[in-house]
Design a protein around this ligand. Sequence first.
Ligand code: UD1
Length: 421
Amino acid sequence: MDSILVRGNGPLKGQIPIAGAKNACLTLMPATLLTDEPLTLTNAPRLSDIKTMSELLASLGTEVASLQDGQVLALGTKEISNHTADYDIVRKMRASILVLGPMLARDGEAVVSLPGGCAIGARPVDLHLKGLEALGAVLELKDGYVHATAPGGLKGAQFEFPFVSVGATENILMAATLAKGTTVLKNAAREPEIVDLAECLRKMGAEIGGEGTSTITIQGVEQLHGATHPVVTDRIELGTYMLAPAITGGEVELLGGRRSLLGAFCNKLEAAGVEVEETSAGLKVAQKNSRIRAVDVVTEPYPGFPTDLQAQMMALLCTADGTSVLEETIFENRFMHAPELMRMGADIDVHGGTATVTGVDRLKGAPVMATDLRASVSLILAGLAAEGETVVSRVYHLDRGYEHVVGKLSACGASIERIRG
Ligand code: UD1
């Protein structure tokens, strides 16, 4: 198994291009199942999760062509030839559940394996199922699979999410585009990836309003058609690389970045003493003060501080002046990186959903283990600031969500290499 070797060697300086969003691309791809015409996605990220979604769609009958070195995905589903999303693929990637709504909407039938838990929590899919039931789906759970039918087709309805779910909003939004009548989704997720999906679906002929607010209205149409759509910028990759100059005391411009994607995160960085400036090409981040200031962080659905940046922010706060409190409200088990950071000399105390981080002068390199995607990159950030060598193992987690991480960081002067093994 490959690992990544990082040597802390001072401030990073340069530019980092930000890719299209993994999480947006993973929800845009299943939209191909809603139409027999081609859907072309540009600005796609080159990641193993995207390959997994391609495999899943291919198993359902989609023709998938990866063009221009993977940055363009040409998808065509003339017909859905198999309506079963198999456990072998779904267990690798939870976003696989996003094929359920589109398949059901187009053909009135879908069988999808239940994803099960993952490293960061139990992560049930009950809201996806309840929302589809509200649209008239009949569901049966059998042998670990959900068997869904919609005799007579899905029908528009009003559905209020008891709490915000990004994936459930996406699944039901896609299903509602082909339902008969009007669907109103209340307490819907407002993430930029939802807005991107709605924009793409609209290009495909869907009638959608209110995306980006907590009420989304969808007027069902008879059929959708083909479209070409660029995947929105990856705000989590953006935030992650914004932390690289912050943690090393450098200055880096993130090409394609926009403050509007990450308002709450930018505010916290500034409160910690980091400079964030919008430029014509993106966002420039500089850390000129001698030490980061401690700040408290609470993760929340968009537009709040993203849970997907909590681990990376914790790495930064490990060397802050003072004590920071990080509260994780989205996932119940998302501090797996804390014991690994402690192996590097961090002072962290975890109690339930709260981590108290008291800054130390300097982290020390150590062998550490990635436990999930965002945890893995937090350890790389910590390694960039640490004294000595850090070896991060299990980097297959990293490959799910960060393309060319070694190339992007070494272009800014980082001492980082991938060790094959
Ligand atoms: C998406 C992102 C993930 C991010 C998360 C929160 C993708 C592919 N993944 O995940 O990177 O961390 O949003 O911003 O876009 N829940 C239920 N029942 C459900 C659905 C969710 O109880 O049916 C719970 C989850 O366990 C979690 C919370 O709701 O505690 C929010 O999860 P959700 O927003 O659905 O996350 P995902 O869409 O899975």
